[in-house]
Design a protein around this ligand. Structure first.
Ligand code: NI
Length: 248
């Protein structure tokens, strides 16, 4: 079975989202980023058996939120199909002058995750040390999605209880560093993801991504680690089930 542990499924991104979901032979965990996409996630999880969801406020969305945004997240955490808070985190790539506000919104959501015993889906771009220092203060599990730091940092996050989210970038020719990290890490610490509609794996690089392409991520990992793809799928699926308390 395939599990895409992190994707974005919005009607705005796909001509036929229903088709995209139905052609995925497995489970996908769709992440919200703001009020609109969080509501879309809630609709999708009620409509499709194989779609699970996460609700959260992405660091790039912190100027578009209100108290209602936190309420929407908190009120829906009892829904068994909402398996984590995310996509949340820190992004210093685009905007650096609002670090304090990013950290405040991130921590507010971490406190919610801790209170309700929920996993998290973490976005960290050009902010790995701050992300680590903050997560270290909490007792939460989850995924460091689209991991792009060093092997040493990966090991530190694993020690805290996180899994390393690996997506389409691992298939890119210029991703030697990530490929080395994947070779070194134990499969039990890796989760597969697509981050659809972004970051399509080879041979679809540059095209719109979709959850079923998670297969190509698994295939690359099987090649890098020289193990059967069936083993990659079975171990990473069981990692996802444990990490997100999926009853599958
Ligand atoms: Ni994402």
């Amino acid at each position: 079975m395939l599990i895409d542990t992190h994707c974005h499924l919005s009607n705005d991104d796909y001509e036929n989202l229903d088709d995209v979901i139905k052609t995925m032979d497995g489970i996908m965990i769709a992440s919200g980023c703001n009020d609109k996409t969080n509501r879309e996630v809630l609709e999708l999880v009620s409509k499709y058996d194989n779609v699970y969801g996460t609700l959260g406020i992405h660091p790039e969305e912190i100027d578009n939120i209100s108290e209602e945004s936190f309420k929407l997240i908190e009120e829906n955490l009892s829904n068994p199909k909402i398996v984590a808070i995310g996509e949340i985190g820190l992004d210093y790539y685009w905007v650096k002058d609002n670090k304090e506000k990013q950290i405040e919104i991130f921590e507010r959501q971490l406190k919610i995750a801790e209170k309700y015993n929920k996993a998290i889906v973490v976005h960290s771009r050009d902010s790995i040390q701050d992300t680590y220092d903050i997560l270290k203060k909490y007792k939460i599990k989850g995924t460091i999605h689209c991991f792009s730091s060093s092997l040493e940092m990966a090991r530190e996050f694993i020690k805290l209880g996180y899994k390393i989210g690996v997506g389409g970038t691992v298939t890119f020719k210029n991703s030697k560093k990530l490929q080395e990290i994947v070779k070194e890490l134990d499969l039990k610490d890796i989760l597969l993801e697509t981050d659809s509609p972004y970051l399509s794996p080879e041979p679809f690089r540059g095209k719109r991504n979709k959850p079923s392409n998670v297969y190509y991520v698994a295939a690359k990992i099987s090649e890098l680690k020289d193990i059967d793809i069936k083993e990659v799928l079975s171990i990473t699926c069981s990692n996802a089930a444990t990490q997100f308390d999926l009853h599958i």
